[in-house]
Structures are given as C-alpha cells and as structure tokens.
Design a protein around this ligand. Sequence first.
Ligand SMILES: *Cc1c(COP(=O)(O)O)cnc(C)c1O
Length: 358
Amino acid sequence: MSSRVSATVNLSAISHNLDVIQQAAPQSCVLAMVKADAYGHGAGEVARVIEPRVGGFGVATLDEADVLRSVGIVAPIVLLEGFNFSHELAIAKELKLDLVIHNLIQLTELVNDGAEGIPRIWLKLDTGMHRLGFSSKDWKKALSVLTDAHLPVESVVMTHMACADEIGHEQNQLQEQCFEEMSRGLPFPCSIANSAVILSRPDLHRDWVRPGIMLYGVSPFGAGQLVDSLKPVMTLRASVIALRDVEEGEWIGYGATYQCSTPKKIATVSLGYGDGYPRSAPSGTPCYLNGVYTELVGRVSMDMLTVDVSHIPDVALGDQVELWGEHVPVEQVAAHCGTIGYELLTGLTNRVAFHYVR
Ligand SMILES: *Cc1c(COP(=O)(O)O)cnc(C)c1O
C-alpha cells in the first residue's frame, strides 16, 4: 500500500453492485460492460469475478475481447461496434464474439460470409441518438435481408438512449416510441437499458440490461444524484511527500493561482496529471486524509499536487491521501472538473499500481 500512487479495486463491491443490478432488474439478463479495461478497473480481474453471474460482457475493441478470452472468459462477449474493417470479422469469429450489427454494410458482409461461428448478433437501432444503428428507413431493408439470409445466429435488437441520465428529458420518450415502432412484432429479445435506465425506468429493462458505470459503484446521474445503494469499487490514493508552512499572502503552485488567505500547512502529494488525475481539478476539489476531508490548493502538476492540511493534526510524510473512492465520490471530483466520473476512472495511466482486494 505504500506505492507512490495506488488504485485499490474492491472486488466484493463489484459483486455487491451486481446484486443491486439484479435486484433492480430481476427478469433481465445482465450484459456487464467492461469496455475500456472495465472503466479503468482491470477487465480481466473484473470479468473473472462476475462471469458466473452474468449473461455476457460488452467490449469496444477486438483487443479488449482478446484480453478477456486470454484470461479464460468463455461467456458471451459482445463487440459493441461490430466489425468496421474487413479483416476484423475473421478475428471476431476466432474469438467467438457476439457482434453488434449497426448498418447495411456490416449486415451484407455478414450475410455474404455466412456468419458461421458467430453466436449472436445484436441489431442496433438508431432511435434518435444518431451515432450508431439502423435508421427506420434502412431497418426495413435490413429485416428483409435478414429474413432471406436465414443466418445460423440468434438475434437481439438493441438501442442506446442519449439522455437517460436526465430523467424526464423529452428525448427519452421520443426514443422509446421510435424503438417500439421499429421493434414491434419482431420475435427477438430486446435491450435498451444502460445504468441510468436500470435505475430510473424498470419498464424499459426488457430482456437484457447493459450496466456499466453502476457496476463500478458510480452514479450515472453524477454528483447531484448519488446512488446510496452502490459501493464505490476503486479507491485512488497517493502519498504525502513534503510538508511545509506557508505564510498568509503567499501563492501555491504553477501560475500562482492560489493565494493563502491565512497561514497554511500544505502537503505535497505524489500524483498528478501524468497519473491521470485531471489537471482541470481546481482549488477546492475534495480529498481525504487521516479521517478528515480537505481540498486541493493550486494547480495540479504532472507528478504532484498540493493539499491544504492546516486543520488536520499529525500529518506526516508517507500518509495516504484519498483522491476518490470510499470517502470521496468520484462523481464529486468530476463535477469540480466539469466532467463525469467515467472519464476520470478510464483516464488513469500505467504509473498507477493496481491492488485487488475482496
Ligand atoms: C457503455 C455502454 C453502456 C453502459 O453505459 P453506463 O452508462 O456506463 O451504464 C450500455 N450500452 C452501450 C451500448 C454502451 O456502449
């Protein structure tokens, strides 16, 4: 635990969060999203722990799927953007991946190939986000291509919501209606729900739910709406490597952006944006040490940042500062930085030492 920067990943918290998901959506199969190295937590470790309890995993790239297969994951793995370069289909088949099929080009290539060895395809409908998926117009054509092809694969229809984290946003209703129209009468299982939908819209859980951020104990709604039932999985810590007394009126750090309004005790902490802690974190961003909450003062540098410890007794070199995790919600840090927890969790660099605990 005395590494310069450590991320402790609590695997029991992942299991607990999966309990919460399964209690919320008892009728649905879980496709656990482990793209981007399980939101920065370590895809192999996360997937091994939950594999017996989920219906499959979602990844963004072939490399991510390869990592899972190489640690022995045999559960279904869905390649969320499907194959987008022609050499990728053969690799996907070797890895026995489920494929998202989101346009007519992919569908035609798949049909020409015969799709032998592909376990399942996830037909993605563009219901209003306009990023991936069949438009209503292409969908009619796609359905006729599919019907004629008699592919030896299971199909699921899916869509993704653009504004699910804003409960009551009118876009949600438009997308629901569009999905109902496009999927009406089809004999396929359906999937709509990311974390925000799982938590806010039981009526949209359908056959497969696709939790990402809530699996890692983070609210999809951000700092304004923390979800108490979830347990944070990652705790990021670094060490106090210097302590000094700074007089009233003195300035801290690059650019002299913070001036001490009173005499202060300042701790220099061993992480910075080179570790993935955001440089955009302003003075006032929360952190926690020796059982007390405090905050950043001055700019984050590449390898260090500075913290006000004036009100914390007995701070010593080597003390561990929590930047986010058990005591400091990453949602709050993200809010100070003008971003979302997702970006902070996925942004840690290879300087961070990961520890897995149960
Ligand atoms: C990442 C992703 C999810 C999970 O979203 P969260 O907000 O992290 O729950 C669900 N579906 C798709 C298609 C995704 O790409």
